[in-house]
Each structure stands twice: as C-alpha cells, then as structure tokens.
Design a protein around this ligand. Structure first.
Ligand code: G1P
Ligand code: ZN
Length: 543
C-alpha cells in the first residue's frame, strides 16, 4: 500500500464542541479541512498494533465522500481494519454498540446530530473511544491543539471502496469490512426487551406511530418495529434516509417534529407517538394528544425499569445533566439508589457507567439512555416505553399522571434564544454571574431564592473538574431557573433558559406547563435583563 504524506496548513477553527466538530458542509469541503481534523484525531491517539476503527454516519450530505477519505487515512495511520456500516450508515447508538461488541479501538461518527443536512447545511465529525462513548475533554482538547499546528497528513493511495456491498476488501496492511448497519443493534434490543409482549401489543390494535424524520433511524425502525415486532407498515413515517433529511430539521421536539405532532394532536390520534433525530440518539415520546417531557420520561423509565427484562434485577444508580429536571432524583431517593448531577453533554455519563455507578441516564434535550451502550439511544427509549405500556396496559397519559400523583410534578420547559451575537450572549451570562450572590435569600413574587451558583462538577471517577457549566438559581420550594450558553450551535450564540417549578399537588393544578411557569419566566427575564441586552423579545424555540 502506497502512503502519501500531504503537506497542509492548519485551520484555526477546529475546536470540537459538546459533540464533535460541527460546521457548514462548505467549510468541510475546503481542501484539506476534513483531512486535517481526521489527522489531528489520529495524531492524538497512540494507535496500537492491530487497532480496528468503527466508521459510519447518519447519511447526510457529504457522508459518503467523508467516509472514503477516512478509510484511506485510517489505513495510512496504522489501523489494520476499518468496520463500516453499509452505505456509510450507522446511527450513533449503533456505532457505540459496534465499538463495544467488536472491541474496536475507537470510532468515527459522521453527524451533526439534529442539525439540518444538505449542501448548504451542516456536517459533523466526532470521535468515540473504546468504551463506545464520546471522547473525553482531554482528548478533544488535544485534538484541537494538534489541529492548530498540523503540517501534513497521511493518506493511502487506494481506490474507493464500494460502501453498499457487504463483505471484506483486503488491502495490503488494512482490511475494510462493510457490515449490516442494523442487524447487531436490532439483536441487542431484542435481547433487552420483552419483544413477545411488545409484539402482542403492536399486533392487537394498539396504534403506534414512529417518525424517523427522514434520518438514520429509518432502516433501524423498519427492522425492529416491522420485521421483528410485527407492527403494521403504516406505523412508520419518514423512514427513508435522504441526504437532506427531506429538507427538514431532524430534531424530535414539538416544534420540529410537526408531521408527527399534527397526527398525535389530531382527530385520528394514535395511542403512542415517537420520533428520533438525525443520528438516532434523541427521542420524543407522545401519548394521545399528550407530551412527555424528556425529564419525566427518564424518571418514569427509572421507576418502571423492573418491568423491562434487561433491568429486572434493578438499577444501580441514575444520572442526569444539571439542567434536566429533578424528577428522576425523587425516584432515586425512593428506591434508595444514587443520583448524579453532571454537566450538559453525554460524555460525563460514560465514566459513571464504566465504573458501574449508574444504569440509566438522561438529559432534558430529548436524550435518554442506559449502560447498554455509551451514547443516548432514541429507539431504546421508544422500546422502554412500549415495554412498560405492554406490561402495565395503561395509556401514556395514565402512566405519567400516576407518576406525578406519586412523586409530585417537576413542571418543566426550556426557552431558547438562538442566533444571538456572541458578545451580547456573553454579556447576559457575565451579568448573571456578577450579580447572583446578591439574590440569595431574596424573594421574587411567590419564589424565594435559596442558593445561586455557577455549576461546577468534580467527576467522582477520575477527579476531573469542569467549571462554569451554567448559572443556577435555586428556590426554596424546589423550583429552579438555569441559564447556559449552547455548545453546539453553528450560528452566533444560543442562550438557553431552563425553567422548573416543583408541584407536589398536581391534582389541584393547571396542566399547561407554560402557564404554570409564567412567573418563573418573568423572573428569569428580569434577573438577566435578556431582552434589553439582546433586543430579542421572544424565545425562538420552546420545548
Ligand atoms: C445540546 C443539548 C445537550 C446535548 C447536546 C448534544 O447541547 O442541550 O443536552 O448533550 O446538544 O446532543 P447544547 O447546545 O445545549 O450545548
Ligand atoms: Zn443526535
């Protein structure tokens, strides 16, 4: 195999965010841009002998081209084998599973998650380590440092591989294996859940709708829900993967999953609706005209985990990101298990799972998962709900309301202010940081401030410390307001305000979350002075 060393010049903007490097496709299409980043990844790793790389992506525009480049670079950088999902397709959780199942050295996943795809939209690349999870900060920082000083990269002079044909191509020094993208993952799911009970539910009149949003979970949903669980074909919508995700924004929330939301809130509402995002790690759960917040979903899965075969022996602990509501904390307290509060981003859960401290974890941003992989997992969450419904034989709404009656309700919403000029967004956060000390003990309307801080986390496993993870205003009744800046946006800055009102007595209260949170919204806007500083009077997205 001929290996070519190609001279290059460093780019200054290759700092990976919470989930890898995300940029416009046109940025990635610049000569050497992708190659520089990939070489910076490989230069960060000490690739041992016989190392295998897992490779795949969510099928968005530029996926196939990038895969060919990465195969050639992996071969030139000492990997003896590259395992690639057929057609270049691997959902993020499936890639995590393959890394673990085949014990590969690591994996490269091509995705910009829920960001739109297409020639003038976004592309992304992330590196996962041997445990199947996102690379920890010390690795992503090192990749960034390497990217700033890179002078050359290595590429094998080999022909393009046919990504659509299963099987192995043996090149001198490196084999490329194209595997079925879905099979191993579907087997994993079948081993965890009560497929017989779910099959009985789905073939006995229970109406189920799953929306893949034209993204990567389409083929997975067909294999699992249709082929293995016998659901009628019309249970699935938008299940063909297209390079531009049908022109949509594949983010499963009430704003972007409008095709599904219209059906679930319409005249012919099914019993259950669910959607997943671009790369298959996020999920949204809906009942008949009923939305389950991701924070509640995590709490309810935890409380009912014993009904799922994989967790029938119990769960050891749970974790949630700091802005996620405290609903799961109440379940953990009742079960007598530990509950960890981590900074935003899935990578913080990995250490806890590797150390055997937690079984389930989740984020308010439509991410839920368990230690079966080291990524959040959209279809897994859908199967959790189907399994729980199949056993309890109750509607989604009934299960959620019974949960609130038992634990109280953490009424929750997130308000996003997107595309704010970075200086203005920074000013909002700086002002909060500067003032929050003075609010402690003060009363605002019905709420009294118990504590305020800028969240910091010390990892109980490796001792690493992450500071400045979001401003928390904690009230005496268990309610909270949290402010933080997004780490994944590609246009200006996004300010996220997380609002949570604890209601111990749901039976006597209004169910509309925005209504219940109105006073907290007013307090948040007043304390941050967000409208005056940014000039934006309304959030752009409410979830
Ligand atoms: C967002 C979510 C966060 C999630 C991340 C990757 O990050 O808020 O929970 O882990 O996407 O899916 P943010 O843009 O807030 O930094
Ligand atoms: Zn995603």
């Amino acid at each position: 195999m001929q290996i070519k060393t190609i001279k290059t010049q460093a780019f200054s903007d290759q700092k990976p965010g919470t989930s890898g490097l995300r940029k416009k496709v046109s940025v990635f299409q610049q000569p050497h841009y992708l190659e520089n980043f990939v070489q910076s990844i490989f230069d960060t790793l000490i690739v041992p002998e016989n190392a295998v790389l897992t490779l795949g992506g969510d099928g968005r525009f530029y996926n196939r081209e990038a895969i060919q480049v990465i195969i050639k670079m992996a071969a030139a950088n000492g990997f003896v084998k590259v395992i690639v999902g057929q057609g270049g397709i691997l959902s993020t959780p499936a890639a995590s599973h393959i890394i673990r199942q085949h014990q590969t050295f690591g994996g490269i996943i091509l995705s910009a998650s829920h960001n739109p795809g297409g020639p003038d939209k976004d592309f992304g690349i992330k590196y996962n380590t041997a445990n199947g999870g996102p690379a920890p900060e010390k690795i992503t920082e090192a990749i960034f440092e390497n990217s700033k000083v890179i002078q050359c990269y290595k590429k094998a002079e080999i022909v393009n591989i046919d990504l659509d044909v299963l099987g192995e191509t043996v090149l001198e020094g490196c084999a490329v294996t194209i595997i079925d993208s879905v099979h191993g993952y579907a087997d994993l799911m079948e081993g965890m859940f009560d497929f017989a009970a779910i099959r009985a539910l789905l073939t006995d009149g229970f109406q189920f709708k799953f929306d893949a949003m034209h993204a990567v979970t389409g083929p997975y949903a067909k294999a699992i829900f249709l082929d293995r669980l016998g659901a009628p074909a019309d249970s699935l919508m938008n299940c063909e993967v297209t390079e531009d995700f049908g022109g949509g924004h594949p983010d499963p929330n009430l704003t972007y999953a409008h095709d599904l939301v219209d059906i679930v809130y319409g005249m012919q509402a099914p019993d259950f609706g669910a959607a997943s995002d671009g790369d298959g790690d996020r999920n949204m759960i809906l009942g008949k005209a009923f939305f389950v917040t991701p924070s509640d979903s995590l709490a309810i899965i935890a409380a009912n985990a014993h009904l799922i075969p994989a967790y029938k022996q119990g769960i050891v602990g749970v974790a949630r990101s700091m802005p996620t509501s405290g609903a799961v904390d109440r379940v953990a307290a009742k079960m007598g298990i530990d509950c960890y509060e981590t900074p935003t981003g899935w990578k913080f859960f990995g250490n806890l799972m590797d150390a055997g401290k937690v079984t389930l974890c989740g984020e308010e941003s439509f991410g839920t998962g368990s230690n079966h992989v080291r990524e959040k997992d959209g279809l897994w969450a859908v199967l959790c709900w189907l399994n729980i419904i199949a056993v309890r034989k109750q509607s989604v709404e009934k299960i959620v309301k019974a949960h609130w009656a038992e634990y109280g309700r953490n009424v929750y919403s997130r308000h996003d202010y997107e595309a704010i000029p970075t200086v203005k967004a920074d000013r909002v956060i700086a002002r909060l940081r500067h003032q929050f000390d003075t609010w402690i003990g003060q009363g605002f309307g019905n709420y009294q401030v118990k504590a305020c801080d800028d969240f910091a986390y010390s990892d109980p496993v490796d001792g690493s410390v992450s500071v400045s993870q979001g401003i928390r205003i904690l009230f005496t009744d268990g309610s909270r307001i949290v402010f933080r800046l997004s780490g994944t946006g590609t246009r200006g800055a996004t300010i996220r305000i997380y609002l949570e009102a604890y209601d111990p007595d749901v039976a006597n209260h209004h169910l509309d979350a925005q209504q219940a949170l109105k006073e907290l919204v007013d307090i948040a806007l007043r304390l941050s002075d967000l409208i005056a500083i940014t000039g934006q009077t309304q959030p752009t997205v409410i979830t």
